[in-house]
Design a protein around this ligand. Structure first.
Ligand SMILES: [Zn+2]
Length: 175
């Protein structure tokens, strides 16, 4: 990437609140994903995180403390609430993948005006190659979050898999 390009991208970031929001979310999600990855491989770490929530009567401030202790980053109230909703979903999620009804796919299709949420290409009418994607990956939050679905074309779905930064990077045209 040359500097001139970066300059244009930066201008876009600093003037678009949508991209800023997306960037902030990707930043938070990256921290959450790393903590989940550590819980996956380290059972005693996982127990300590789960215990922390279990013994707390304010899960938002617990989420805040975990991020503070792990990353030395002080979250705002709204960031802490978002982080807490992910941790809550993580604790509640089932390990069994739920089939998503065709009706949900059709509603998303309508909401997105028949276009892929990532590349914006028309999705066509073949329901078999239109994919319902978990915006925050299923492995992290299961089906516990509201409004966590989007429809993608086959190509974008294959590229995304469970990457959390795919949408952000594609906004930046880095993937
Ligand atoms: Zn696409």
């Amino acid at each position: 990437m040359d500097l001139q390009n970066w300059d244009a991208i930066w201008k876009q970031i600093s003037t678009s609140s949508n991209i800023k929001e997306e960037y902030q979310k990707a930043f938070l999600l990256n921290m959450f994903q790393k903590i989940c990855a550590k819980m996956q491989i380290d059972a005693s770490y996982k127990d300590s995180i789960l215990d922390w929530f279990l013994q707390s009567d304010d899960s938002v401030s617990t989420a805040c403390s975990i991020i503070q202790r792990t990353y030395n980053y002080e979250m705002s109230q709204s960031e802490a609430e978002l982080m807490n909703s992910w941790f809550t979903a993580y604790r509640r999620k089932s390990n069994v993948r739920k089939a998503i009804p065709l009706r949900v796919k059709q509603d998303l299709y309508k909401k997105q005006a028949g276009k892929c949420a990532v590349c914006g290409e028309p999705l066509g009418q073949n329901w078999g190659v239109i994919h319902v994607d978990h915006i925050i990956p299923w492995v992290l939050v299961g089906d516990e979050l509201d409004n966590n679905y989007q429809v993608l074309c086959h190509t974008c779905n294959q590229c995304k898999s469970s990457k959390t930064d795919f949408v952000f990077k594609s906004l930046m045209k880095l993937v």
